[in-house]
Write a protein that binds this ligand. Structure first.
Ligand SMILES: C[S@@+](CC[C@H](N)C(=O)[O-])C[C@H]1O[C@@H](n2cnc3c(N)ncnc32)[C@H](O)[C@@H]1O
Length: 207
Protein backbone atom coordinates (compact mmCIF):
# COMPACT_ATOMS: atom_id res chain seq x y z
CA UNK A 1 0.00 0.00 0.00
CA UNK A 2 1.61 3.36 -1.00
CA UNK A 3 2.33 5.61 1.94
CA UNK A 4 0.63 8.98 1.61
CA UNK A 5 2.04 11.99 3.35
CA UNK A 6 0.45 15.43 3.32
CA UNK A 7 3.07 17.97 2.26
CA UNK A 8 2.62 21.67 2.93
CA UNK A 9 4.15 22.62 -0.40
CA UNK A 10 1.69 22.07 -3.31
CA UNK A 11 4.56 21.72 -5.80
CA UNK A 12 6.40 19.05 -3.85
CA UNK A 13 5.27 15.43 -3.88
CA UNK A 14 6.41 12.06 -2.63
CA UNK A 15 7.03 8.79 -4.44
CA UNK A 16 8.77 5.69 -3.13
CA UNK A 17 10.09 7.62 -0.15
CA UNK A 18 11.61 10.43 -2.26
CA UNK A 19 10.66 14.07 -2.23
CA UNK A 20 10.20 15.33 -5.78
CA UNK A 21 9.34 18.69 -7.34
CA UNK A 22 6.88 19.67 -10.03
CA UNK A 23 7.93 22.01 -12.84
CA UNK A 24 6.14 24.83 -11.03
CA UNK A 25 8.10 24.56 -7.82
CA UNK A 26 9.84 27.84 -7.05
CA UNK A 27 13.31 26.19 -6.98
CA UNK A 28 12.67 24.69 -10.43
CA UNK A 29 11.31 27.95 -11.83
CA UNK A 30 14.35 29.79 -10.55
CA UNK A 31 16.78 27.27 -12.05
CA UNK A 32 14.93 27.48 -15.35
CA UNK A 33 15.96 31.14 -15.57
CA UNK A 34 19.55 29.97 -15.98
CA UNK A 35 19.44 26.38 -17.27
CA UNK A 36 17.37 24.97 -20.14
CA UNK A 37 17.57 21.20 -20.57
CA UNK A 38 17.13 20.60 -24.28
CA UNK A 39 16.75 16.83 -24.83
CA UNK A 40 13.64 16.30 -22.70
CA UNK A 41 15.49 16.47 -19.37
CA UNK A 42 13.05 19.06 -18.03
CA UNK A 43 11.08 16.99 -15.48
CA UNK A 44 10.92 13.68 -13.64
CA UNK A 45 9.72 11.11 -16.20
CA UNK A 46 7.25 8.43 -15.18
CA UNK A 47 9.40 5.45 -16.16
CA UNK A 48 11.69 6.37 -13.27
CA UNK A 49 8.89 5.22 -10.90
CA UNK A 50 8.95 1.83 -12.62
CA UNK A 51 12.62 1.50 -11.71
CA UNK A 52 11.91 2.53 -8.11
CA UNK A 53 9.19 -0.08 -7.89
CA UNK A 54 11.41 -2.71 -9.51
CA UNK A 55 14.30 -2.10 -7.10
CA UNK A 56 11.85 -2.17 -4.19
CA UNK A 57 11.22 -5.81 -5.15
CA UNK A 58 14.76 -6.63 -6.33
CA UNK A 59 16.98 -4.63 -4.00
CA UNK A 60 20.54 -3.69 -4.78
CA UNK A 61 23.39 -4.65 -2.47
CA UNK A 62 24.16 -1.92 0.04
CA UNK A 63 26.61 0.69 -1.30
CA UNK A 64 26.59 -0.80 -4.81
CA UNK A 65 28.02 1.41 -7.52
CA UNK A 66 25.25 2.54 -9.83
CA UNK A 67 25.50 4.56 -13.04
CA UNK A 68 22.31 6.24 -14.25
CA UNK A 69 22.57 7.08 -17.95
CA UNK A 70 20.41 9.79 -19.49
CA UNK A 71 19.80 10.74 -15.88
CA UNK A 72 18.02 14.06 -16.39
CA UNK A 73 17.00 15.11 -12.87
CA UNK A 74 18.23 11.70 -11.67
CA UNK A 75 15.18 10.40 -9.80
CA UNK A 76 16.00 6.69 -10.14
CA UNK A 77 19.63 7.17 -9.14
CA UNK A 78 18.62 9.34 -6.19
CA UNK A 79 16.25 6.55 -5.13
CA UNK A 80 19.13 4.02 -5.23
CA UNK A 81 21.35 6.37 -3.20
CA UNK A 82 18.63 6.94 -0.62
CA UNK A 83 17.32 3.37 -0.37
CA UNK A 84 20.52 1.32 -0.70
CA UNK A 85 23.20 3.94 0.06
CA UNK A 86 24.33 3.27 -3.51
CA UNK A 87 27.28 5.24 -4.84
CA UNK A 88 25.62 6.84 -7.82
CA UNK A 89 26.94 8.61 -10.89
CA UNK A 90 24.42 10.41 -13.09
CA UNK A 91 25.50 10.69 -16.72
CA UNK A 92 23.81 12.93 -19.27
CA UNK A 93 24.83 14.62 -22.51
CA UNK A 94 23.05 17.81 -21.42
CA UNK A 95 24.88 19.59 -18.63
CA UNK A 96 21.86 21.81 -17.99
CA UNK A 97 20.11 18.91 -16.23
CA UNK A 98 22.68 18.72 -13.43
CA UNK A 99 21.57 21.74 -11.33
CA UNK A 100 18.10 20.14 -11.12
CA UNK A 101 19.65 16.80 -10.15
CA UNK A 102 21.72 18.55 -7.47
CA UNK A 103 18.62 20.19 -5.96
CA UNK A 104 16.69 16.91 -5.86
CA UNK A 105 19.67 15.06 -4.39
CA UNK A 106 20.04 17.72 -1.68
CA UNK A 107 16.31 17.61 -0.95
CA UNK A 108 16.63 13.87 -0.39
CA UNK A 109 19.87 14.20 1.58
CA UNK A 110 22.05 12.17 -0.76
CA UNK A 111 25.01 12.92 -3.01
CA UNK A 112 25.12 11.98 -6.67
CA UNK A 113 28.17 12.56 -8.83
CA UNK A 114 27.42 13.96 -12.27
CA UNK A 115 29.28 13.46 -15.53
CA UNK A 116 28.51 15.02 -18.89
CA UNK A 117 28.80 12.35 -21.57
CA UNK A 118 26.81 10.87 -24.41
CA UNK A 119 25.85 7.17 -24.33
CA UNK A 120 28.29 6.69 -27.21
CA UNK A 121 31.21 8.11 -25.23
CA UNK A 122 30.84 6.08 -22.02
CA UNK A 123 33.85 3.76 -22.11
CA UNK A 124 34.47 0.30 -20.67
CA UNK A 125 36.83 2.04 -18.29
CA UNK A 126 33.99 4.30 -17.07
CA UNK A 127 31.83 1.19 -16.61
CA UNK A 128 34.37 -1.05 -14.86
CA UNK A 129 33.49 -1.41 -11.19
CA UNK A 130 29.85 -0.40 -11.64
CA UNK A 131 27.43 -2.95 -10.21
CA UNK A 132 24.33 -1.76 -12.09
CA UNK A 133 23.64 0.50 -15.05
CA UNK A 134 20.18 2.06 -14.99
CA UNK A 135 18.17 4.32 -17.27
CA UNK A 136 14.56 5.43 -17.52
CA UNK A 137 12.86 6.86 -20.56
CA UNK A 138 16.08 7.08 -22.54
CA UNK A 139 15.21 5.11 -25.70
CA UNK A 140 12.60 7.30 -27.36
CA UNK A 141 14.07 7.82 -30.84
CA UNK A 142 15.02 5.11 -33.35
CA UNK A 143 18.52 6.59 -33.41
CA UNK A 144 18.94 5.72 -29.69
CA UNK A 145 18.56 1.95 -30.08
CA UNK A 146 22.02 1.34 -31.52
CA UNK A 147 24.07 3.49 -29.09
CA UNK A 148 22.18 1.99 -26.14
CA UNK A 149 22.75 -1.54 -27.44
CA UNK A 150 26.46 -0.78 -27.84
CA UNK A 151 26.54 0.75 -24.35
CA UNK A 152 24.86 -2.37 -22.93
CA UNK A 153 27.43 -4.54 -24.66
CA UNK A 154 30.31 -2.46 -23.29
CA UNK A 155 28.74 -2.69 -19.83
CA UNK A 156 28.53 -6.51 -20.04
CA UNK A 157 32.14 -6.67 -21.32
CA UNK A 158 33.25 -4.41 -18.46
CA UNK A 159 31.73 -6.77 -15.86
CA UNK A 160 28.65 -4.74 -14.91
CA UNK A 161 26.30 -7.20 -13.20
CA UNK A 162 23.06 -5.92 -14.71
CA UNK A 163 21.62 -3.26 -16.97
CA UNK A 164 18.11 -2.20 -15.96
CA UNK A 165 16.19 0.15 -18.26
CA UNK A 166 12.54 1.22 -17.97
CA UNK A 167 10.33 2.70 -20.64
CA UNK A 168 6.65 3.34 -21.34
CA UNK A 169 6.96 0.82 -24.19
CA UNK A 170 8.01 2.79 -27.26
CA UNK A 171 9.14 0.88 -30.32
CA UNK A 172 12.87 1.89 -30.11
CA UNK A 173 12.94 0.43 -26.58
CA UNK A 174 11.41 -2.86 -27.73
CA UNK A 175 13.88 -2.92 -30.63
CA UNK A 176 16.67 -2.53 -28.05
CA UNK A 177 15.28 -5.41 -25.97
CA UNK A 178 14.96 -7.62 -29.08
CA UNK A 179 18.53 -6.87 -30.06
CA UNK A 180 19.88 -7.54 -26.56
CA UNK A 181 18.01 -10.88 -26.45
CA UNK A 182 20.17 -12.16 -29.29
CA UNK A 183 23.33 -11.81 -27.23
CA UNK A 184 22.47 -11.74 -23.51
CA UNK A 185 20.21 -13.12 -20.84
CA UNK A 186 17.30 -10.65 -21.01
CA UNK A 187 13.93 -10.23 -19.36
CA UNK A 188 11.61 -7.49 -20.58
CA UNK A 189 8.46 -7.50 -18.48
CA UNK A 190 5.42 -5.25 -18.29
CA UNK A 191 5.64 -3.33 -15.02
CA UNK A 192 3.55 -0.82 -13.14
CA UNK A 193 4.19 1.62 -10.34
CA UNK A 194 1.58 2.98 -7.95
CA UNK A 195 3.38 6.08 -6.70
CA UNK A 196 2.86 9.00 -7.06
CA UNK A 197 0.03 7.57 -9.17
CA UNK A 198 -0.31 4.56 -11.44
CA UNK A 199 2.24 4.40 -14.30
CA UNK A 200 2.70 1.52 -16.69
CA UNK A 201 5.51 0.40 -18.94
CA UNK A 202 8.29 -2.16 -19.20
CA UNK A 203 11.43 -3.01 -17.30
CA UNK A 204 14.24 -4.66 -19.23
CA UNK A 205 16.97 -6.43 -17.28
CA UNK A 206 20.11 -7.58 -19.08
CA UNK A 207 22.57 -9.89 -17.36
C1 LIG B 1 13.17 11.76 -21.29
S1 LIG B 1 14.56 12.30 -20.38
C2 LIG B 1 14.58 11.13 -19.02
C3 LIG B 1 15.31 11.67 -17.82
C4 LIG B 1 15.33 10.74 -16.59
N1 LIG B 1 15.98 9.49 -16.92
C5 LIG B 1 13.95 10.51 -16.03
O1 LIG B 1 13.43 9.37 -16.12
O2 LIG B 1 13.36 11.46 -15.47
C6 LIG B 1 15.94 11.75 -21.39
C7 LIG B 1 17.31 12.16 -20.89
O3 LIG B 1 18.30 11.48 -21.68
C8 LIG B 1 19.30 12.42 -22.02
N2 LIG B 1 19.91 11.96 -23.28
C9 LIG B 1 19.32 11.89 -24.50
N3 LIG B 1 20.19 11.41 -25.42
C10 LIG B 1 21.34 11.15 -24.76
C11 LIG B 1 22.63 10.64 -25.17
N4 LIG B 1 22.89 10.29 -26.44
N5 LIG B 1 23.60 10.51 -24.23
C12 LIG B 1 23.34 10.87 -22.93
N6 LIG B 1 22.17 11.38 -22.49
C13 LIG B 1 21.18 11.51 -23.40
C14 LIG B 1 18.57 13.76 -22.14
O4 LIG B 1 19.45 14.86 -22.02
C15 LIG B 1 17.57 13.65 -21.01
O5 LIG B 1 18.07 14.16 -19.80
Amino acid sequence: MPRLEELDDPHMFEAYGLYLLTSNHRFVRRLKNYYSPSVHGHKTWRSSYLLMDYFGLKPLPRRARVMEVGCGWGPAGIFCAREFQARVTGVDMDEDVFPFLDVLAALNEVEVKSVRKRFQDITKRDLAGQHTLIGSDICFWDSMTKPLFNLTRRAMDAGVKQVVFADPGRSPFHALADRCEKYFDVTCEPWYALEPKRSEGYVMVVR
